[in-house]
Design a protein around this ligand. Sequence first.
Ligand code: 3H9
Length: 677
Amino acid sequence: MSGPITTEVRDGILIVTSNNPPVNALGAAVRQGLAAAIDQLERDDEIKAAVIRCEGRTFFAGADITEFGKPPVEPMLPQVIDRIEASSKPVVAAIHGTALGGGLEVTLGCHYRVAVPSAKLGVPEVKLGLLPGAGGTQRLPRIAGIEAAAEMCATGNPISAAKAQQVGLVDKIAEEGRLLEDALEFAKGVIGVEPRRSREVPVHGDPAFIQKFATENAKKFRGFDAPAANLRCVQAAVELPFDQGIAFERQEFMKLMMGTQSAAQRHIFFAERQAAKIDGIPEDIKLRDIKRVGVIGAGTMGGGISMNFLQAGIPVTIVEAAQENLDRGVGVIRKNYDASAAKGRFKSEQVDQYMGALTPTLKLEDLADCDLIIEAIYENMDVKKETFAKLDKIAKPGAILASNTSYLNIDEIAASTSRPQDVLGMHFFSPANVMKLLEVVRGAKTAPDVLATAMAIGKKIGKVAVVAGVCYGFIGNRMLMPRQVEANKLLMEGATPEQIDRVHVEFGMPMGPFQMSDLAGVDIGWHRDPNRIENVRDALCAKGRWGQKTGKGFYDYDEKRRPTPSPEVQAIIDEFAAKEGTKKREISDQEIVERTLYTMVNEGALILEEGIAQRASDIDVVWIYGYGWPVYRGGPMLWADHEGADKIVTGLEKHGFKVAKLLKEKAETKGRFNRPV
Ligand code: 3H9
């Protein structure tokens, strides 16, 4: 047998092996090979049982997502799984790595499952806007019970082998390194026994759990179609005979597959992986060794940045100018770790280990042995230049010097050193130990290996790193600007903060621009002179309306931080509008979309034109992971593709905006920013 599936008979047991790197996705050739292997099992009287296993780093990681949207090739996965299940001889799955999606469904077609302790089992389809469409929603409640099935299907989170054994999804835990031997032994033990077919096992567990779980997670599932569809299918498993349940699952699967949400979520799956690739730099470029990291500034950002490296096992030297600030910063890191430990996220020994790898100091000179130094002080070009000039004299040759600036010109910062090739931006998002986005800003002189090393270290600390070019605000914050400008103008023209925020929340953003301002602090960047009142923001700050921290900002907050619209704010807005002579009118929700979201797309198009982002999908990744753009809308540029560039151009022109050349081009040619997936 050629192709990714090979077979071998050992002691009357057929060993079916898949070798389809990198993740043993269940593409057409794999499915054909599996079907042929089952034929062989049935045909050959000398063979009494089969073990299905995979070579490489993982068991089948699911259907081949790259085949979605293309003409189907027989046999389809559900058919293959049915054939495995129908086999008259027992079939055992031998699981290592991750058995995901269609991969787990293959194991559910098998009659027994053996897994190594490090294996993970899950049905992550919901994260692609889908559901397990090869019988998973019907077989899982039969094997693992309603509770585990509902939770696994609706969240997509995998479970450990131990947990899987506990719920009945794994029959035996193999010894690490002896998976095949243990699976063969298990298979020997069930030879001659009537195979246990998942479809024949009664669904068990508490059906009321499904609704309860949906209610408890309503906030998390808001806006998404797939979690509810997954739960409907588990419910169908409870209510319908197996074959009818399968028909229902197919119908729900196809609805999701044809919809825009799954297209958006699949787009993001590939976009995230594509973002790691740097145009023009070979993937095998030699990286610089990062054994110790230096962080300048022990404030909120510096502390959060340090935590990432400590957790990845990389020691950190953290520098502050004053002892008091250093102590406070280190204290906050400790407090954050203790809080996580209390929630069970870390063991206390881990916390000790992380804190033990942190070296606090007041001396910049102590950074001399660091391989990567990240400056995380406040946004002032002169101070940053001065710091980098000092670093230039201290850092060892070849050390990477990074600035965490959110806006400033990396080339100007680099020019204050004698080694601009070693300088770049590493823009983390607050809270830096939580937010997954890292913008890596490539200066005009940044060396290729420096850029590649920063991207790789980003991955190592669990970030999704995206390359950005030098401009004010890079990708994310630059696109935020037109949105803010328009939101402020809309206030003058008659919209309220509540209306604008509501439109954004209904769109799927975690909060609107004014809620965000209240959370971050209305006073950020304020000139601090209460007598100088030039706009609404100045007026709010002068009245102590600094946002949630002072109990009032664009909204009034009660002691539980619940917002209510503020008559005082409305009066300030009205006063400014009157002063400017802006005539108030009714503003439609659609106008808010056009002026605050279409303008972001327009800015995104400019960013692409100028080469600030390598590709449209990188912009989408920035907005998903840095700003909470709803993943089911796939980021601003994929959303633009779904909305239609022509509609966006019409909307922008209606309000007198200058439309980016690239966006116009897309509208005229009916083109897209992203390839469809
Ligand atoms: C499904 O199963 C539907 C069925 O229920 C119903 C059918 C009827 N297909 O992530 P990595 C590529 S839906 C194609 O960097 P890691 C990936 O793009 C599927 N390609 O590795 C990347 O390519 P490149 C349900 C795939 O070690 C390369 O493999 N399953 C697939 O960090 C390496 O990936 C899932 O959703 C795929 N299924 O993580 C699981 N998966 O090198 C999705 C990966 O060109 N996969 N690739 O950029 C994962 O979660 C992770 O890849 C995994 C490995 C944890 C397996």
